[in-house]
Design a binder for this molecule. Structure first.
Ligand code: NAD
Ligand code: DAU
Length: 336
């Protein structure tokens, strides 16, 4: 086992990164976390506010900034890389920042790890594998060929390739996790579940793309955090682990669950323009992670997790309200 004491978490002010920082502070009292975050539109320091100052330090900066990494990385024993441009619709409208942050940023971090002998864990997505047909019994495994569809997923696939090469060629002690769709607190209102929940709170109708039958494999972000920790500390270097909690559901089913849970009629939503290149279905086979590292998801009741998430958005309107209007204006300009 690898026992880190002083880690850098990139993107620790975003959705999944901040949930991971909370998880580490709660579950691993001997670990100090340096959050490196550029605070883009998706990063909010409120997400980690109130955590003990002797456990968590925020450094505002860009993962592409080589000079900053040269100052920051020495003295740390691991980097857990969450920072990314993460939203497919944004990548279709403007792919440039995705190439820069996701590809160049990963390259800079790998180089810093190489120079300073630092352990590296790379947080990636199941979208690198492309999509599956609705009637295909298959799920993604670590052996599935890469076939990304969108500018976002192709930049994530590119970054995964860099990690594999830096491990094989330079011996960087690296691991990769590819996880399915996360939900939970602190998720930006541009994403499917928060968008619909906050629309309903605002008295606006939810918006469903295409025919609503696209399938996503939902996992609670807490379960993603525990998986990343297991892989960071006990994963085999050079290996990829798929993370998923057997949560396949189509979008219209999730939307109807949200409407029902919020006391709205099941058909109280709008059909809107489909996402170009929209992936049909994602599905994860996480047996390698379960078998090798004994990981198990805890949040297996989706209805319960969804209800708690809806509650979180009701209780934290001050957190999401400032981003809502601009996000909806962007969607409206795209007919979505
Ligand atoms: P997010 O968009 O909520 O957060 C991204 C964070 O990265 C923000 O805090 C942002 O300020 C920061 N950031 C962006 N560019 C930066 C840069 N150049 N330098 C430093 N910081 C920068 O994203 P998320 O949904 O929390 O996703 C986190 C990671 O998990 C990403 O790598 C994503 O590909 C991966 N992932 C996400 C999901 C999901 O369902 N959301 C699933 C699997 C994998
Ligand atoms: O699979 C993991 C990926 O999950 C991550 O790598 C990405 O960072 C993350 O954003 C997410 O990608 P998706 O494209 O699956 O998530 P999104 O929340 O954008 O959309 C989920 C599904 O809902 C998708 O089929 C598109 C649809 N959708 C989305 C929005 C925002 C709608 O029908 N209406 C909407 O308003």
């Amino acid at each position: 086992t690898f026992e880190p004491t002083n880690i850098i978490v990139t993107g620790g002010c975003g959705f999944i990164g901040s949930n991971f920082v909370h998880f580490v502070v709660r579950e691993h009292p001997g670990v100090h976390v340096t959050v490196l975050d550029k605070l883009t539109y998706a990063g909010n320091p409120e997400n980690i506010a109130g955590l003990p100052a002797d456990r968590v330090e925020l450094v505002v900066g860009d993962v592409c900034d080589e000079a900053l990494l040269e100052r920051l990385v020495p003295g740390h024993d691991a980097i857990v890389h969450f920072a990314a441009e993460s939203h497919n619709d944004n990548s279709i409208a403007d792919p440039g920042p995705f190439v820069r942050t996701n590809v160049v940023g990963t390259y800079r971090l790998l180089e810093a790890c190489r120079r300073h002998g630092v352990r590296y864990h790379h947080v990636s997505t199941d979208e690198v594998y492309g999509d599956l047909a609705l009637d295909d019994p298959a799920r993604f495994t670590e052996e599935t060929p890469y076939r990304p569809s969108s500018p976002y997923s192709s930049t994530k696939a590119s970054s995964d390739m860099l990690v594999r090469a830096w491990h094989r060629t330079y011996g960087v002690r690296a691991t990769i996790s590819n996880c399915s769709n996360n939900y939970g607190p602190y998720q930006h209102v541009e994403k499917f579940i928060p968008r619909q929940v906050t629309n309903i709170i605002c008295g606006t109708r939810p918006k469903l793309y295409g025919d609503g039958r696209n399938v996503r494999d939902w996992i609670h972000t807490e379960d993603h955090s525990s998986a990343v920790w297991e892989i960071l500390t006990r994963g085999r270097y050079g290996e990829t682990y798929l993370v998923g909690a057997d949560g396949e559901r189509d979008n219209i089913t999730v939307l109807r669950e949200i409407l029902r849970a919020m006391g709205r009629p099941e058909d109280d939503f709008d059909w809107v323009r489909d996402r170009p290149g929209h992936d049909r279905r994602y599905a994860i086979d996480s047996s390698k992670l379960r078998r090798e590292l004994g990981w198990e998801p805890r949040h297996t009741d989706f209805a319960e997790g969804l209800a708690a998430t809806i509650e979180w958005y009701r209780d934290n309107e001050a957190w999401w309200r400032p981003a809502k209007e601009a996000t909806e204006a962007r969607y409206a300009a795209q007919g979505q």
